[in-house]
Design a protein around this ligand. Sequence first.
Ligand code: FUL
Length: 474
Amino acid sequence: MDQTIQAAALVTPSERQLVWQEMEFYGFIHYTVNTFTNLEWGHGSEDPAVFNPAELDASQWVEVCKSAGMKGLILTCKHHDGFCLWPSRYTDHSVKSSPWKAGKGDLVREVADACRAGGIRFGIYLSPWDLHEPTYGDSEAYNAYFLNQLRELLTEYGDIFCVWFDGACGEGPNGKRQVYDWDRYYRLIRELQPNAVISVCGPDVRWCGNEAGHTRTAEWSVVPASMRDNEKIQENSQQADDGEFAKRIHSQDDDLGSRDVIRDAGELVWYPAEVNTSIRPGWFYHAEEDDRVKTLDELLNVYVRSVGGNAAFLLNLPPDRRGLIHENDAKRMGELGQAIRNMFPVDLCAKATAAASSELDDRHGADKLFDGNSDTFWRPLEGMEQAELIIDLQEKQSFDAIILMEQIRLGQRIESFVLTWKDGEEWKALDQGTVVGYKRICRFGKVSARYIKLTITASRWFPTLRSFQAYLSH
Ligand code: FUL
């Protein structure tokens, strides 16, 4: 048995990464002075007086997110222009200098409270790059400023599920050069919000490498430790506000974790992917994009390929100058939620049984695929890299989707699989794929069958499976 492959199979997620992965789909809110100046990247010299939404309603944002089935929301508390959506003690460049609520407003609080009231989780985006703050570029002084701001956000707004650090910086050769003290930022987050994941320029959640919603055919959560290198993440991030970056799809390699890649990669880490894109071309609201909201098909496609492709889906919704998510976007989100519910209405495997080519013992039998318990799972004997499961639906049923989930507490192991269905005495092709990981959604033309076969054609050391579900969309 190849030592590297066994070592790869043994790389497992932290508890915070497991909890985060179960969130699957959550929202991004880009809001700041840019919303009022019609820019994507502010300059840092904006007058806080421009920030004055008359109808801002954070509970509408939360309701829109929930209508699509999102389980959380991340707010740009400070974007690159440096304007703070909370009344930070460390700068006046914030909502307290704006006419909104006569300078008494705190948008971070309003959003955090609305999330809590609506039963979804709250996360923060704090841009390390800051075009306003005078200490930026004086590395030590700015690091102290940044840590102070982080401390405010991490101590005054309740539970935070995610701290999202952007890699973008476009200052060019004549710009200020700030050396970020990432380790101190991370230590503070671990101390104050130990359950929060640190994403993108952080060790817990990996940026998928593009902003266009492109997904990999095989998304590995076990990748070389070098993927966590912030310098590299920053190099690949947006460098200029030219409207082009968000459309580019191949900003990173398509294969980050196959046997060929990991064999000589040295240390491996659990670093699962997040796919982030915006519902419109821009991250911030622009009235001229009101008719350029992504179509339902486009959004569904990204949803299935990300959530159903071992990644999480972070979808941006930019509120407008009123302080509301525009009607067109809100409508599309409602449609998306409905379409997702229609795709997976009732699990047809509730009464199914299964026969496996190998089972470790009774506690890891194939019946565990259908018990709805996220802790239990099927696994074969050690060293069985290939396996076969025949699922008996008890009667003939029609279905057009199958969901597979590995028990990722034990790592990510499946490398390829084939699904077939029994037609008389013949097994006919249904679908095939590469990795499974947390979740793989397989969709195909409707078939009617009593028996389905899952053949795991390659895996690392031995595969696990926590759930097998079948659905007929309507
Ligand atoms: C990028 C930023 O430059 C964009 O403005 C946006 O915040 C996006 C999520 O990340 O790198």
